[in-house]
Design a protein around this ligand. Structure first.
Ligand SMILES: [Zn+2]
Length: 232
């Protein structure tokens, strides 16, 4: 028996509700299942019964059409609009949550730094492998939509490489390694990167842009290195 709303609801006939355009009305009398609650003006149905009916209806439907239902909701969630909506929502509320709990987050990160790093090392590799195509696509999309920023990053990157290249560096040998990288990509169809063994902007020591400090890695292996700046 549903009685909790009884006290707060004003008695209002269906006719009154129709006149005022109200979606529901309340007579104070129980329905045949003894719910004392509002009824819909449109069809006189008890709101509690309607709720129960939709729930039962859905459950029966779900039981018999589980596969179809899951497939449809999967498709719905994979449309561009829905993805964008989810992303916006997550961004908005993630930001609010972060800003209201900033100290807690900082403290948490400090306490779990090593654990997180170990986890991220494994996870980022797995994540990349699983989402290789969409990551590449997103990156291409970003570069297309931010040509100025992309160019300026490239510019900064090139400037930095130049600074880390000593006068005595063997430029021919460096070029050879990049050509070899290109050849490997064509030959294997797998993305390869030229990587600096000692990172150019390492924390303790900084490497140089010289051929003995270069190695060719698959993109996946390179991504697993913590220094993302090395990717090119
Ligand atoms: Zn009812």
């Amino acid at each position: 028996m549903m009685t909790s709303n009884e006290k707060t609801l004003d008695i209002r006939s269906r006719q009154q509700a129709q006149q005022t355009g109200s979606v529901t009305y309340f007579t104070g009398r129980p329905c045949k299942r003894e719910h004392v609650c509002e009824r819909y003006t449109k069809n006189q149905n008890c709101t509690e019964c309607s709720k129960k009916y939709s729930k039962d209806y859905f459950q029966t439907y779900y039981k018999t059409n589980r596969e179809i239902y899951l497939e449809r909701s999967k498709q719905r969630s994979q449309t561009k609009e829905q993805k964008a909506r989810c992303r916006d929502y997550a961004r908005k509320f993630g930001k609010i949550r972060y800003e209201t709990n900033r100290e807690w987050f900082k403290d948490y990160r400090r306490k779990n730094k090593e654990k997180q790093q170990a986890y991220m090392e494994v996870y980022s590799k797995e994540y990349y492998e699983r989402n290789k195509d969409s990551i590449k696509e997103a990156s291409r999309y970003w570069r297309q939509n931010n040509p100025d920023k992309a160019a300026s990053y490239r510019e900064i990157r090139n400037q930095y490489l130049k600074e880390r290249t000593p006068r005595w560096a063997n430029l021919d040998k460096i070029k050879e390694i990049y050509l070899e990288r290109d050849r490997l990509i064509v030959e294997t169809g797998v993305q390869h990167h030229v990587d600096h063994v000692i990172p150019l902007n390492g924390k303790c020591i900084s490497g140089l842009h010289i051929h003995t400090n270069l190695q060719i890695l698959t993109a996946a292996a390179n991504l697993n290195k913590s220094n993302k700046w090395e990717t090119e």
